[in-house]
Structure formats: C-alpha cells, structure tokens
Design a protein around this ligand. Sequence first.
Ligand code: NIG
Ligand code: FE
Length: 411
Amino acid sequence: MLDTLLVNIGQLLTMDQEGPVRGQRMGVLPLVERAAIGIRNGRVAWIGPSAEAGELEAARRLDCGGRLVSPGLVDPHTHLVFGGSRENEIALKLRGVPYLDILHAGGGIHATVRATRAATEEELLQKAKRHAERMLSYGVTTMEAKSGYGLEVEAERKQLRVVKRLREEHGFDLVSTFLGAHAVPKEYTGQPRAFLQYLLELLPAIRQEGLAEHVDIFCETGVFSVEDSVWFLQEAKQLGFGVKMHADEIDPLGGTEAAVSIGAISVDHVCGASEEGIRRLGEGSAIAVLLPGTTFYLNKEHHAKAREMIAGGAAVALATDFNPGSCPTENLQLVMSLAMLKLRMTPEEIWNAVTVNAAHAIGRGSDAGVLAAGRPADLVVWEAPNYSYIPYHFGVNHAALVMKRGKPVWK
Ligand code: NIG
Ligand code: FE
C-alpha cells in the first residue's frame, strides 16, 4: 500500500543517472513520458508508466493532468542568513561605481556585516526562514547556506546556529558552509593572513559542534589572494571540511585552477576563469557552480564560459548566489532562464545543473536531485507541459505543488 500515488504525469524527470554529470552527458536527460510515481514513508517506492498505476493501491491519488514533475531543485550557493538589505546602494550602482569599490570603501559586504552583527539570533532566524520559505515556493527543496557576514567569532557562530536551527527545528534541508573569509574586516585591515589565521583557530569547534560541513573563501582582488586562499582551504581540508572557493568572479586571478588542484568540492562563479582553469575543470573532480544571476545583477556581460566548460568535460551546476548585494533573488527558475540566455546552456544541461550536479556540489549526491526507488520523495509538480517550458517562460513561478518527503510543503 502506497501513501501517495501521482498519476498522469506528462514528463517525469527522474534524473536517475550516475552523477556528477560531466561534459556532453549534460545534454542527456533521464525521463519517463506518461509516468506515475508512488511514495511510501517519505521515499520513492515505485516509478513506471501511468497506464500500469491503476493496479496499485494508494491511500491518496493525485492526477497531475499531464504536467511536468521533477526532483526538488537544489540551490548549491546561497548567502541565506544576513541582517538588513542594500537598496540604499542602488544610486551608487547606477552611477557606475564598481562592486569592489563600494566594498573597499566600507559598503557592500561590510554594510551587511554591520547589520548582521547588530541583529539578534532570533531576528536573523525569522528573516532567513522567510527567504528559505520563498526558495521552497520556487521548488527548491535542498539549499546551501553560507555564513560570512559576521567576520568575528560570535557573529559568525550566530549565523551558523541559525542555519542549524532552520534544519533541526524547521525541517529545511540546508547544507552549512563557513565563509568567515568573505572579506577582511576593518579590525584586520591590511592583514588578510592574520585574519585567516584567526579564522582557522575557530574551525575545530565549528566542526565539532556540527555548525558547518564546508569552508569557502572569497578569492578576489583586495580580498584574499590565490596564495592565501589555497593555504587557508588546505588547512580547512585537513580538519575534515569540504572546501569551496568564490573564484575568478570579478578579476581573473587564477583561483579556478588553484581550487581544482586542492580538490575543492566546487569552484563557484568562475566568470573570469582562464583557458587553463577551464581545462582543469574538465579534469578534476570539482563542480563548476555558475551564478548568472550575479553577473546579470552586477550589470556585467563577462558571463561564465559554460559552453567551453561543458565542451571541456566539466560538470556544471547553477545556483542563485542569493545575497543582499550582488544577487538579491531566491528565484532559481529565473537563474535557469538566465543560464539559457546568457550562458547558452540547453534546457537539458540546465536541468542537470539544478538537480544532480547541484546536489553533488554540496555533498548531497546520494540524497537530493534524483527521483528513484529508495530516494527521498522531494519533488515538484510544475504548471508546465514539458521541461523546456521552465527556462522559456521567464520571471514567474511555475511550481504548482512542492513536496518534501512525500508531503506537500507548498502549493
Ligand atoms: O557571491 N562575492 C562575494 N560574495 C557574494 C556577494 C556578497 C554581498 O555582496 O553581500 C557573491 O557574489
Ligand atoms: Fe556567493
């Protein structure tokens, strides 16, 4: 006896394949036409042709009316927890003041650090919960969340505790990343290495208390050099963390190849990755997490070279980069449209990038991003006739029903 049986699914994207999906394989999408999916105890119990589902017993039957069903989306790069917002910087942006100039003048990330330090844990929790709920409403059932707006021990730990509480008390599937190395705080101006040393001393306790699984760093001009980033991430790796890098986002420093060499689980942004960096992405195990919403919102045209990365054998994932400065949106569906337009990714590649590959980019390859017998029943029924329709009809929410562990969580 099944708990729930979804029948009359037009296209069921199972994504059931060996991941991460690299290179040309990203153009192939495992799906079943005219399908049905049965759920028992929060897990997928059966997948088959809808015509055969009539014989199955189920407590609840849901007719999908020929609509598209996919695994819950995975957003593998978000800065979910922060105080305040930065619409006051719009005028500067419109005058053409570059993102890094705003940052180095004490605005940008530093402004959000002030607001985050000033907020209570409870305020941050309520705010982050609203953002996470909005992500869920767009079909995202698993997401990453980075710290990085505290830049000192207590405020960083406050952010990490919010992520833990959202997971343990509110049921969000959140993967926590420590991004204390997001900027050099004013207390350490001119001494990035000393600040990284300070952060390293915090890591053993963070690990012991289960406050973060991964460690990330913003490798960028005037923030952390490639050399310092490599040193820091190698130390973090030795402590047992998975490591990630914000690499070659604005200036092409060579962070991409450095991150691949040290065995990073993902290398994120990579808009300015060199030819060598792109080649290395095709060879190493790191996932290239592309964030076209950020390039768009920074009003730049130096989009990541997704076509070359895929041709070179890379595994590409997509994420919102949701944050109060360079990409204030929770809408991963919009990012799918931007990936089609600005990265020239095909619908097939885009779906692999927001499910299987996104899950692998945060160490959830065996749980999220795939619908197959035994896997968690995290899925989305879309108000759409086929998978290409989602990136095509842009800017609106197509999710009709979002289920986690077989239970409706949004409709
Ligand atoms: O990924 N580049 C660094 N961090 C974020 C932006 C954070 C912010 O502006 O608050 C990013 O784009
Ligand atoms: Fe980011």
